[in-house]
Design a protein around this ligand. Structure first.
Ligand code: KG4
Ligand code: ZN
Length: 400
């Protein structure tokens, strides 16, 4: 092991990409492979869990071979294995976990279970194989993770220590993009399809609502999706009356304008809240992660706001924003050096939150609406006041 950085073999299979990577010292990607299932799920317009699990099974060995070959590394040269343990689809997670456990057992290697969301966060620490060294994000920082299943803002004052600032109360940003993509008759996944369609908008004046939720850092995207649906329905009905509607579809130019308006609304809320969080917590850097962070409009908006403030921004390249194995190697490394190890009883945790508010069992989702949600919020606030501290996830706390 001397003379080189410890090497983690990282495995990700929580959703619809089979990712395998070799990451040295938690930052340097030696090799990675991502087997995407986009084409497999496109006909259904969304992920079919059973198909996803089978595809992981089909591609995980070829992905591992590919990575080992291109890095010129054999498994005995690896120092440990990191695998996504949750959140995600149970069947898909189990494929990666069983594979990682078997490799760890067969080669007597230490194993660590990684939270997928922590992976999205730590993707910002990664360096490509030939990329020159650059400093890691400095603390304290504010991080926005926006993916297909999650959207939240955290403050990090150190590695693995998170204070939840806000999260979505309904749809995740990526989920909203995907639903809007379907509404507009664009392909799956909706995020990239909307981003592409939006570039074709001639008029850039479609205004869709933003849910600011007062001064909170929480997000809500379901109202925006409903507003878009109503707009599409109204325009189709008007088209039908005027006899200009073509087969129940909007004109592609109009689709482009609405796609632009939708993207603009999501980006506006995400960027505004992230930048305000940076101001209010006196952050020294901004970090973005998750599939939606590959959105060019969002990246530009955050970069411009950060430049005004003189803040460095760390946004992974687009292929490291969406699901991949390398990010699990980066996060797994932090858990590894903190001394975490998973046993042969490591299981899938489909609803594993990255930051668990005080008092919430992590197997149950907190109530989101109505009296139950208000009671829950009040209990949470009381608990926070009583503790006089911030909810922090410490290394080891979530080892199993
Ligand atoms: O992080 P990710 O690959 O998987 C999850 O963990 O969910 O995120 C996938 C999500 C999808 O909802 C997809 O529509 C969205 O990220 N996405 C985008 C873009 N690329 C992917 N959303 C907006 N703009 C993009 N360019
Ligand atoms: Zn993801």
């Amino acid at each position: 092991m001397s003379g080189r950085e410890p090497l983690l073999l990282a495995i990700e299979s929580s959703c619809d990409e089979t990712g395998v990577a070799l990451v040295a010292g938690g930052r340097r990607i030696l090799a990675q492979a991502v087997a995407s299932q986009i084409a497999l799920h496109a006909p259904a317009g969304g992920i079919v869990p059973e198909l996803a699990a089978r595809a992981h099974l089909r591609w995980i060995v070829p992905a591992l071979r590919d990575v080992l070959e291109s890095a010129g590394v054999t498994i005995p040269e690896v120092d440990g294995i990191a695998v996504t343990a949750g959140p995600g689809l149970a069947g898909s997670l189990l494929v990666g976990i069983a594979f990682a456990k078997t490799l760890a057992w067969a080669h007597q290697l230490p194993l660590v279970g990684v939270n997928h969301l922590e992976g999205h966060l730590y993707a910002a620490w990664l360096l490509d194989r030939d990329e020159p060294e650059r400093p890691a994000p400095p603390f304290p920082l504010v991080a926005l993770v926006a993916s297909g299943g999650h959207t939240f803002l955290v403050e990090m004052r150190d590695h693995l220590a998170y204070r939840l600032l806000g999260e979505t109360v309904d749809d995740a940003a990526g989920e909203a993009f995907d639903k809007a993509g379907r509404l507009l008759g664009l392909g799956y996944p909706g995020g990239p399809a909307i981003a592409v369609a939006a570039t074709g908008a001639r008029r850039r004046d479609a205004v869709l609502p933003r849910a600011w939720l007062g001064s909170s850092y929480d997000f809500s995207f379901s109202g925006l999706k409903t507003a878009l649906r109503r707009q599409v329905e109204a325009e189709l009905a008007a088209g039908a009356r005027a006899g200009t509607e073509a087969g129940g579809r909007l004109d592609p130019l109009r689709v482009a304008e609405l796609a632009w308006g939708f993207e603009e609304a999501v980006v506006d809320v995400l960027a505004t809240k992230t930048l305000r969080a940076a101001d209010e917590t006196a952050a020294r850097a901004l970090v973005l992660g998750g599939g939606v962070a590959s959105n060019v409009a969002l990246r530009e908006r955050i970069a411009a706001g950060a430049a005004e403030r003189g803040l460095p921004v760390f946004i992974p390249p687009p292929d490291l924003c969406t699901d991949n194995g390398a990010m699990i190697g980066a996060a797994g490394w932090q858990r590894f050096v903190a001394g975490e190890r998973a046993g042969s009883d490591l299981g899938a945790r489909p609803a594993w939150p990255l930051v668990r508010p005080f008092g919430t069992p992590d197997t149950r989702r907190p109530p989101r609406r109505g009296p139950a949600a208000r009671a829950y919020e009040a209990a949470l606030a009381a608990e926070r006041d009583a503790a006089g501290d911030v909810p922090v996830s410490v290394p080891g706390e979530d080892a199993r």
